[in-house]
Design a protein around this ligand. Structure first.
Ligand SMILES: [Zn+2]
Length: 223
């Protein structure tokens, strides 16, 4: 069972945040390892500084992973191990809102899993997943991978699948999505800042919080 995300998933653009990305040896947080962590701290829409480290996973990197991100055993030989890298990452991210693409289902699961095993702790930062923002703001796109969203905004996808490049690419996408979001109306949950979505219940349609079941806020649809 993958670890649950602890912080709340926010749906509305915030101007102060840390955007991050991981490269891994595979897609299973319980079995696979992190081989690169990058993050960029942004305040009032401007980059403050960046954080990036390769990670020595203590095992050979499968060729399938190297094919995606180009990271080889040779490159990580002198890199810190995950315990040190993750502790630096936590010091860097503090309690900032975390932003990333598909982090709800992927990157945060890895972070939670390793945090539990190495430090017996959870990651409680609230977070924004730009995949959800992209689906919400760009429903006309058939696919919402980071490179799809970047291409839509005519943002360069050169160097994709290395963590820091993806952070920068996603930061530009996030800022664009934030602007788009202002032009559409979103009903926000007054309890947790999640998105209120139309749901069907026994008594007809109502608004329910997207953070259900953690948040059980509901409201009637105003006619
Ligand atoms: Zn809520």
């Amino acid at each position: 069972m993958a670890e649950k995300n602890r912080g709340k998933r926010l749906v509305k653009y915030v101007p102060d945040y840390v955007i991050f990305d991981l490269e891994t040896t595979g897609i299973n947080p319980a079995a696979d390892e992190i081989i690169e962590i990058s993050a960029v701290r942004v305040k009032e829409r401007a980059v403050v500084d960046t954080f990036s480290t390769l990670v020595n996973p203590g095992c050979p990197i499968p060729w399938q992973a190297t094919q995606v991100n180009g990271i080889t055993d040779e490159m990580v030989r002198e890199a810190p191990q995950i315990k040190e890298a993750l502790s630096d990452f936590f010091a860097y991210t503090k309690d900032f809102v975390l932003v990333g693409h598909n982090i709800h289902s992927f990157d945060l699961k890895f972070i939670q899993e390793k945090a539990k095993n190495l430090f017996g702790r959870t990651v409680d930062n609230d977070y924004i997943d730009t995949l959800y923002m992209a689906r919400q703001c760009l429903p006309q796109l058939a696919h919402h991978k980071l490179t799809d969203v970047a291409s839509y905004f005519r943002i360069s996808i050169e160097g994709a699948h290395r963590a820091l490049n993806d952070c920068i690419m996603n930061l530009k996408c996030y800022e664009k999505l934030g602007e788009l979001q202002e032009s559409i109306h979103i009903d926000l949950c007054p309890k947790c800042g999640g998105e209120l979505k139309r749901r069907n219940g026994k008594f007809g349609e109502f608004l329910g919080c997207s953070n259900f079941p953690e948040c059980r806020y509901t409201a009637q649809i105003r006619k």
